[in-house]
Design a protein around this ligand. Structure first.
Ligand SMILES: Nc1ncnc2c1ncn2[C@@H]1O[C@H](COP(=O)(O)O)[C@@H](O)[C@H]1OP(=O)(O)O
Ligand SMILES: [Mg+2]
Ligand SMILES: [Mg+2]
Ligand SMILES: [Mg+2]
Length: 312
C-alpha cells in the first residue's frame, strides 16, 4: 500500500521499519552461509558482504519509494541495477502508520523535501559481527529534517524473544518511541558507563575515568550502546574520540531524544545532519539516559581532553 496521504516523515519511518527487517534477515543469511567477504576499508574499519548487501537492500528500496529524498549510506554508492527482486521492499508498516504525525511534520510539502536527509548504517557493529558478538549488531536508519536528527529505526537482527528473532525499535521526536519497553535507570549512587569495545584509546579512557563509573560496559556499535541507555542498563555512553559518523548517530540520537535522553559531542553541542554535513563526528559522542543530567556529564569531561579534540 502506498499510503501517499500520510506525511513524508511518517512514510519514511514506516518504510524503514519494513526494510530494516528485511536487511536484518540478509545479515543473518550471510552469517549462516559463513562467507563474510571481509574487506579492510582502513585500519580498524571492516566491511563484510552483509554490510554491502544490507546497504543495497535499504538504499534500493527507499530510493524506489522516495525518489526525491537524499539518502546517504555508510558503504558509499551501491550498484542498484542488479539486486535480487526479493531485496526490494515496497511495504510500509501499517501498525506504525496508525500513530498520529506530530504537528511539526504535517506541513512538510513536496517542495521542502530537500530539507529531509536519510542516514543509513546498513550494519552497525561490523567488528563485533565478524567476532561473533551478534547481539551488538544493529541496522540504523535515521531521518533528519532541517539538519536535526528527528526520527530513526534501530533494528537488532539477533535479538531473541522466545522463538522469535529480531526486533525493530523506532522513535520520532514529538511522538515517542515504540517496538520495545523503555526502562528509566535510577540514580541510586551507581553510575554505569557504556563505551566502545573495539575502538578504545587513551582519550576514551580518560573521559570514562573522569566520570568515576561504578561499572563499565564495553559493547560494540552506536545503536547497541544507545539501547543500553534506553533499557535502563547504563547512565551514559562515552566515546571521546573521532570515529563515529553521521549514519552511526542519526537514528540513535533521534530515538534517544524522542524518549527524553540527549546525544551530543564532547562540548555538549548537537551534530548537524544536513546533506552537506561532514560525515565524521570529530568531537566524539556523549549520550545520557533520560534520568541523567547531560550538562553535568559534559562538565566532568576534562578540559584538556576537550582542548585536544577541538584544537582550542
Ligand atoms: N575508528 C573507527 N573507524 C570506523 N568506524 C568506527 C570507528 N569508531 C567507531 N566507528 C563506528 O561507530 C560504531 C560504534 O563504535 P564502537 O563500537 O567502537 O563504540 C562502530 O560500530 C563503527 O560503525 P560500523 O560498525 O557501522 O562501521
Ligand atoms: Mg563500518
Ligand atoms: Mg556504524
Ligand atoms: Mg556500519
Amino acid at each position: 500500500m502506498a499510503h501517499t496521504q500520510c506525511p513524508i516523515v511518517m512514510r519514511i519511518l514506516a518504510a524503514g521499519i519494513q526494510v530494516a527487517n528485511r536487511a536484518g534477515s540478509i545479515i543473518r543469511d550471510v552469517m549462516s552461509k559463513g562467507e563474510l567477504g571481509i574487506v579492510e576499508k582502513s585500519k580498524n574499519d571492516l566491511q563484510t558482504e552483509a554490510d554491502r548487501s544490507s546497504q543495497q537492500c535499504i538504499i534500493a528500496s527507499l530510493t524506489k519509494q522516495f525518489p526525491n529524498i537524499k539518502i546517504i549510506g555508510e558503504e558509499g554508492q551501491s550498484d542498484l541495477c542488479n539486486i535480487p527482486s526479493e531485496w526490494l521492499v515496497m511495504e510500509q508498516d501499517a501498525e506504525f502508520l496508525k500513530n498520529s504525525c506530530p504537528n511539526k511534520y504535517l506541513t512538510l510539502t513536496e517542495e521542502q523535501f530537500d530539507s529531509v536527509v536519510v542516514w543509513v548504517d546498513p550494519l552497525d557493529g561490523t567488528t563485533e559481527y565478524t567476532q561473533g558478538f551478534l547481539e551488538h549488531v544493529t541496522v540504523l536508519i535515521g531521518i533528519s529534517v532541517n539538519e536535526e536528527a528527528v526520527g530513526g529505526i534501530i533494528h537488532q537482527p539477533y535479538y531473541k524473544n522466545g522463538e522469535d528473532i529480531g526486533r525493530t525499535i523506532w522513535g520520532l521526536k514529538g511522538l515517542g518511541v515504540g517496538g520495545f519497553q523503555p526502562i528509566d535507570i535510577r540514580n541510586d549512587g551507581q553510575f554505569v558507563v557504556t563505551t566502545t569495545r573495539s575502538h578504545f584509546n587513551e582519550s576514551v579512557k580518560n573521559a570514562v575515568d573522569a566520570l568515576k563509573p561504578t561499572e563499565i560496559l564495553r559493547v560494540g556499535g552506536a545503536g547497541y550502546k544507545v539501547l543500553q541507555l534506553l533499557e535502563g542498563k547504563a547512565h551514559a555512553y562515552i566515546f571521546a574520540s573521532p570515529g563515529c559518523k553521521k549514519w552511526d548517530t542519526c537514528a540513535p540520537e533521534a530515538i534517544l531524544e524522542a524518549h527524553g535522553g540527549v546525544l551530543t559531542d564532547v562540548m555538549g553541542n548537537h551534530y548537524s545532519y544536513g546533506e552537506k554535513a561532514i560525515h565524521l563526528n570529530k568531537l566524539g559522542v556523549i549520550a545520557t539516559a533520560k534520568t541523567v543530567d547531560h550538562q553535568n556529564v559534559i562538565n566532568l569531561i576534562p578540559a584538556n581532553l576537550k582542548e585536544a579534540m577541538t584544537g582550542k
